[in-house]
Design a protein around this ligand. Sequence first.
Ligand code: HPA
Ligand code: ZN
Length: 353
Amino acid sequence: MGRVEYSSYSCRVETFGESTTTAAPPVAELHLHIEGTLQPELIFALAERNGIELPYADLDELRAWYEFTDLQSFLDLYYANMAVLRTEQDFADMTRAYLARAAAGGVRHVEVMMDPQAHISRGVALETCVNGVASALATSVEEFGVSTLLIAAFLRDMSEESALEVLDQLLAMGAPIAGIGLDSAEVGNPPSKFERLYRRAAEAGLRRIAHAGEEGPASYVYEALDLLGVERIDHGIRCMEDPALVERLVAEQVPLTVCPLSNVRLRAVDTLADHPLPAMLAAGLNVSVNSDDPAYFGGYVDDNFAQLVAVHGLSVGDRARLAANSVRASFADEARKAELLAEVSEWERASVG
Ligand code: HPA
Ligand code: ZN
């Protein structure tokens, strides 16, 4: 296999009078795990290229595993499938495939999380995974018109010592990372476990985000803010169980990167109709819509928007607000933010016809 074939996609289109626009506005994607973009077809292609025998006979057998009961049941498959990522080219191909698909769905800026510990723990060099992803990001503006930043996410079910060691290695090699995040199995691994890691990242001038309040309780959101000093919360949906926390998040306009299809597939909510996103918007929370692990959860950002429109009737104004929130909550520079906010306004104007 020389080149990766990008899978075809269909953009859902809405027509308003004379103007034709997509359901999804131009957005910044702020919650995206690059390893979660590994599509089944690419898993088989990379396995073949690397001479790896998969425990699945074919695509259907692999897809039969995409039925999750909770976060851990997803993580088990997510980590197992990473076995096909061996070379810089593998990481670059995966990243380029995501960028092509995301760009077609309206993503104009992305802050890509990657999980270095998940690769070095299985014998892949840190340079291999970082340089592979970074090489595809480096040509993204030119190839896809998508600006990018890279965020190193640490696995909260591993020790803080391991995270500190990897952060030091990333800093020593001059890895092009803008910030750090915290992901993997949440319950039982509170933000308080990583205070030293976040202090060191702050000292190194890195931006800080963390998953909190996905499966874990609202108290983890407080910890992420107060003990880790994070600038954004990934997920955060369980804040809705704590009115005092909602009040604080609204007052401080803390960005929450919400992933509706992920929440349904991991059973954090029962159905999309039960998803709190409309209530979060109505409460004045600073929410955005993101895909999390699009290859596993049934869709990219535009699919999330299309289904929110279908199920919740999300208005053009609400969608424009979600998009503007994503741009303002991004770590892009002010000039890029201004450019993207103008695109959101233009999309809104064209969409209301
Ligand atoms: N939650 C926590 N960790 C993750 C996720 C997620 O949705 N995706 C990849 N790692
Ligand atoms: Zn996530």
